[in-house]
Each structure stands twice: as structure tokens, then as C-alpha cells.
Design a protein around this ligand. Sequence first.
Ligand code: FUB
Length: 476
Amino acid sequence: MKQLNHLLKDSMEFRTKLTILSFPVRHQKKLFLPSLVLVLYTCFLQAQNPLITHMYTADPTARVFEGKLYIYPSSDTVPPSDYTRYQHCMPGYNIFSLENGVTWKDHGRFLNNDEVPWALKGSYSMWAPDCIEKDGKYYFYFPVRAADSVHRVGVAVGSSPTGPFKVEQDYIPGTKGIDPGLLKDDDGTFYMFFGSGHEIHVAPLEKNMKELAQEPVSVQGLPGGYMEGAFPFKKDGIYYLSFAHIFRDEGYTIGYATSDKAMGPYRYRGKIIDNIGDGTNHHSVVEYQGNWILFYHQWEVSGDNKLRSIRADYMYFDKPRRRILPGAIKKVIPTLRGIGTPTLGDTLQVDRYNEINGAKTAFVGGGEPDGWMICETERDAYVRFNRVDFGGGTARKLTARISGVTTAGTLDVYLDSIDGKKIATIRSQNTGGWNSWKTVETGLLEKIEGVHDLFLVFKSRRGTTKIMNVNWLVLN
Ligand code: FUB
């Protein structure tokens, strides 16, 4: 609950800064016009969460094409008053690309429900899509209700990652279900996973990418319970199948399973992300510039779980350990920090961590401006804060806002790993109490250039708890 409050509160602050559009129904209706929004729209965000705030987006499939990061999400919209048929109102698809590392560019609406020849008109049921490249062509797979009201998977073929896309006249025979997830294997075979319920189905694709090469089969070895949103990927020779998964007591989570064969059998390995509230969970995973990123959605902007907003956080794999099956994924904690890259002089709000161990977050007290802090720092606790851009090496000092009651500890800042290069040390102090804040400064021990992850490690000569509270850091 605390985490949720944290997200909500910060998103409120975030909203005032970004002037989020509130989508009155009269504007929503415009979304149904076929001519729709072909104007390029650019969001000037620091790649924080949520990623897109000028429209509602869900079910993000991220892909890297020729070194560039694209997102193919679905879009949620406020239903018109006569739309009562289905639970989600999802009229069509936009594409987004990451520009200059921080800016998500909207390439506009490129496919609407009613432009699909075989789709049930007016059903606005364009659910989670995927896109994959073969021989310079881009195949966009999407589920929409067909004339019989059942979801089928269709394909549109594009000449670039952003189109133009030409939609096929009919759906792909044999595809009864939602949420296509595509895998390209090293031997050039493409597989489509899809479906929902107590089974996920898979089939290889024909070379033309427009038909299944065989009857789909049920993926073996997956856990019991409802599943959807299958997303396959391969890393270090291991096939991963990740999926939205409902536990009876927890609701939607994202789980994953691994195999040594694309079509399985798979073995369930655990959760990548816990339940995030009373709504769907849907994701994709991508490796971009050496980092693995989990894309997912939430609905903190609208407060309505049918009006979702896409997000991204870094995802980490466990180091190989003896007797442990290789390739384990560490659970991702949703953050507002997202995958943005702050630079020198920016306030590093370290409570928006990428990873935390042995410490907690809470509201700051003591008359500080509203905000959150790192607290309850145990001995050897660490907080990881990714991708700080040190530029050309001009940073000389680290400034920190801290509070505490003990002089027995330190905050050591390391680059890129817990046992990386130490760049600064801040001694804990008795500032007059946990709610009495003090700004302290220390010189950097190294000249640092480029983009690095920070690891804040809390150390103590004695005792194990509460070394210091940290509100924020600044490097310059
Ligand atoms: O967005 C509509 C549906 O909700 C998706 O297809 C599912 O994965 C779930 O997110």
C-alpha cells in the first residue's frame, strides 16, 4: 500500500509538471475518426514513468530495430456513451520511438478497428499487439474481434518499423485467441505464442509470415491458473516464456518459465512482477544498449484500470550460481524512476530506485518539502540508481540531504556494481534526529565520464540498523 501511495503521490506531482491531458469524452470521440492523428507528436519527457501521458496506452511490446527502441502498445480510450458491449474500449494502434535517449515520439495512429476488413466493426477490441522484422519487412500482429465476436490474430505488413502498414484481408487461420507474442529463433524460424485461459498456444509461422505452419499446440509445463499476454524471448541459449498469470489470492502477476526448446516443454521459474493492483498486468522484455528492460502498464494517471499508461523499468538476471538453474530473473519493483537518464546538477531522487536491498522508503518528515526518502538502512544495505550521465568528466562533488542520529556509519557511492569503483563517501551524523535534515558535501574521489549506474552502500562499524536517511543527492 505504501508503495502505491508513493506512486500515486509522485504521479500527482509529476502531473502538474507535465500538464497531462484529461481526455474529455468529446476528444475521445475524435479517436474514432479514420483519418486520425497522423500528425507526429513528441512528448518531452525524461523517460520517467509513465512513459506516455498525452493518451492512454496499454500492453506495451517493445522491440529494437536497427538499434532504435520502438514501442507497439494498444490504446485505451474512454468509451462513447453507447459503447456497452465489452470491458475494454480499444480503437487502434500508435507507434512510439525513443529519440535522443529521453524523448518518446508518437508516430501517430496507423491502424483502426474499422480499417481491418475482417474485424467486427465498432467493437474497439484491438488488444495487445506485437511486431517483428524479417528480411527488411515489419510484421505487425494484432488481436481483434472477428465477425463472430471471437478474437483472432491478424497481420499488417510494413516497409519500416513505423510503416506504412498494409493490413491483410483476413485473419491468420487457426488463431483463436488474444495477445500474439513472436519469437525469432537463431535458425530463422519464427514462432507465434498466443491465447488466454489455462493454456498458451504456440505454432511456427510459414515463411510468408502470414500463416501458421502447423496446428497450434498447447505449451507444456506452464503453471495452473489463468494466463495471457505471452511474451517469448531468448538469452544465452535459454528460451524464456513470460506471461500474465493470475494467482487466486493475488490477481494478475507476470510470471516466467524457461526451456531449452522454443516450443517447450517449459518449467515455471517464478514471478517477474507482483500484482500491481486490481487490473490487468501485461508486459514485454527487450535488451537495449546492454540493459534488459521490462515494459508493462499501470493506471495511476487515470485511476481507472481500463485507462492504462505504459511504463518501463530495468530488469536484472541473477548471476549463475551452483546448483541453481541458470537464467533466473530478479523480481522487478515498479518505479516512477523508469529508465530515464538524469545528468549533472539534477536532483537524484534516490527513493525512485532501480533496486533496493536492506532499506526502505517513506515520506520525509521534519518540515522538508514533500518527498520521499531512503530510510531504515541496515548494515550493508544498498540502493541502485541507474544511468546517471556524468558527461565529459566535470563533476567534482556530491551533495546529499541526510538525517540521522549515529556517527558510526557511512554512505559509500560505487559505480556500476556493489564492488565497483568507489567515488564518494558521506559520513553519518547526528543531525539532531531522524526528522532534522542537513545538506552535506563531499569531493569526488575520481574523474568520471559517461553514463553509469550508482550503488549507494550503507556501512556501519557497529549495530545493524538505521545508518542514515537520504532524501536526495546532486552531482556537479
Ligand atoms: O488490453 C486488453 C487486454 O487486457 C490484453 O490483450 C490483455 O493482455 C490485458 O492486458
